[in-house]
Design a protein around this ligand. Sequence first.
Ligand code: CP
Length: 294
Amino acid sequence: DRSLLGLKDLGRDEIESIMNRAAHWEAQHEKLVPVLASKFVANMFFENSTRTRFSFEMAEKRLGAQVLNFTAAASSVEKGESIYDTVRTLESMGIDAGVIRLKPAGVLEELSSKISVPLINAGDGNNEHPTQALLDLYTMKKRFGSLQGLTVSIIGDIKHSRVARSDLWALRKFGAEVKFCAPNNMTAPELEPFARYVTMEEALRSDVVMMLRVQLERHATGMLKSAEEYRAQYGLTEERASKLSKHTLIMHPAPVNRNVEIDDAVVESEQSAIFPQMSNGVPIRMAVMERAMK
Ligand code: CP
């Protein structure tokens, strides 16, 4: 299967092979290697995106694919057309693969079973964001050499985070330990068998400290009482960052709420991999698109 719906059910070998191929693409000095020149791909974003959408487009174009960009707000979705009818429409026109971001969790699998071209999950609700986790693991592997035995703390809004879930499923396959730290109303009880909840103090004693964006758009009103209070309790403030071990890597999937979950000065500090994560997203997505269509 050349679709990529999630990492929970993807084998470790497959993940390793995508990362190895990403390393090949990262080392490639030619910006344009048109191995997918005769292929057509539709990027179908039913939810907003900057990084994922443009790094998929960058990756597809670097491989020479013909790219069709679909955004729900400028489409017949606005007239009530369903996700299924939209994807079927693009499939009928001859696309070879589709990249899809959806607001609801749990509809992608069924959709994929009814569509014959490979579908790549670019984030579905709070379920999975597999290419984000692939680029996260790739970033960690580049920094530490191996994922085996790494301690990775994921801090913040676990409840709404598809990134936390995809990272958790993938990191476990490589023998890394995932710890969670979250306010009581942002935990995901169903994940408790797989990751311990720890205090902020313990979370910061890890090889990787991954901060999550407080997903204000997914919150019921009143869930986040005050940004200052959140920062004080769960933010990676300059003061907390200064006490991290020098080998600790700071990560964040972005977009960042500067001075809420992470201080402005920490975002681009020496220990931060936030912008390198974005760079690594391109070769990872090149590997994923090549796998889907070549
Ligand atoms: N990290 C991430 O998925 O960012 P976007 O929502 O901008 O794509």
